[in-house]
Design a protein around this ligand. Sequence first.
Ligand code: PHE
Ligand code: NA
Length: 436
Amino acid sequence: MSNSSAGRETWATRIGFILAAVGSAVGLGNIWRFPFQVGQNGGAAFVIMYLAFVVLIGFPAMMVEFVVGRKTGLNAVGGIREFAGGRWKYLGGLFVFIGFVILSYYSVVGGWVLRYVLGSATGRYMAQGPGEYFGQISVGMDALLAHAVFMLLVIGIVALGVKRGIEIAVKIMVPAIIAIFAVLAVYAFTLSGAGEAYSYYLSPDLGYLLDNWQSIVPAAAGQGFFTLSLGMGVMITYASYLSEDENLAIDGGTVVVFNTGISILTGLIVFPILFTAGVDPAAPGPGAIFVSVAEALGDLQFGRLIGVLFFTTVAIAALSSAISLIEVVVSYAIDEFGIARERATVFIGTAIFLLGAPVTIDIVMVDLYDIFAAQILLVLGGILLVTAVAWIYADKAIDELGKGVKSFSGLDKVWLWIVRIPVLVVLLVSLYLGID
Ligand code: PHE
Ligand code: NA
């Protein structure tokens, strides 16, 4: 968003906002994080819990952020301060901190993706073997350089302004992802391990769920918040550019549906490939998507070309999410301190690069940063935001939700009570279990 002197801009079109919100949501959370969370948490048992979280907790929580953003027309920090006032301003500080932490390792993983664009073009990982290549590029100097390149791309796009950068990229990306992923899912369907994979991925073992709910619940909460870009004000910032004649619930529902569809589709690619190759789905960890897709491309006709298309699309998805992460911090610096967009972006982007540098030392660092950010920070951010909006300033929230809607016939009150009790309780339990 360029800073015209006439004030803050709004999205060029309604579809522009939806696309940007989808662009933020759809990213490495769907394509990289989702499959390895499924793998580490027992397959379909996790998937079921995750779906429940997205619909029953994530969607209502997204409305909470939309309401604050549109009502105040401000960035995450200014927005929460204006909406709730007083001490809640520190919550905005937490959002900015979370944005820093998440983007710092998100960019490292984004760098891996860039290496896979290259590796597909040259055919190197096919020659070398999927596991070896991943081991080589995911740590050390290689990873550090790729992390730098990814951050440079983010800085470039954001310094140019939100609308031009994000809206255009996302308009191309969403259809591209669906098309390319659908082709790969059909390919995966033809593999010998597909049947076994589908039952692992789609038919939940309730006994497993009951025995392991204490680890599945916080993992599903973390994934639900991470994947929907919730708990750190991204959706506040994006909704701040919205006008009042839009129905927030429909926009939010659209985001949830696209985002969930792409995650499920990703699993339909990854698991048949892993099962066919005889790999335990828990084993590859954060490398699951890279190792499995590389495995598949090795025996596909035009594998290299498909690889370039696939990883380029993933890179664009990752960039559009990264942009939303840095935008929380950048729009804060612009609105609160009057720093110019270009300067703010370069400075903040550099700081984030440095914070992410240690992640390239060892792959365990990815897990460390990631669990801390998703299972603890985002869930904590969500708890505080929901408390402020739904308990303390409920009247304002209900009023804002109703704008652009002909009649809710009581559904707005249902939303309020869902957010007040079940959402809050489940998030508190998840945080408690997640810290444990
Ligand atoms: N939702 C993004 C993804 O799934 C990641 C993200 C998290 C973006 C939090 C913004 C805020 O990749
Ligand atoms: Na996502």
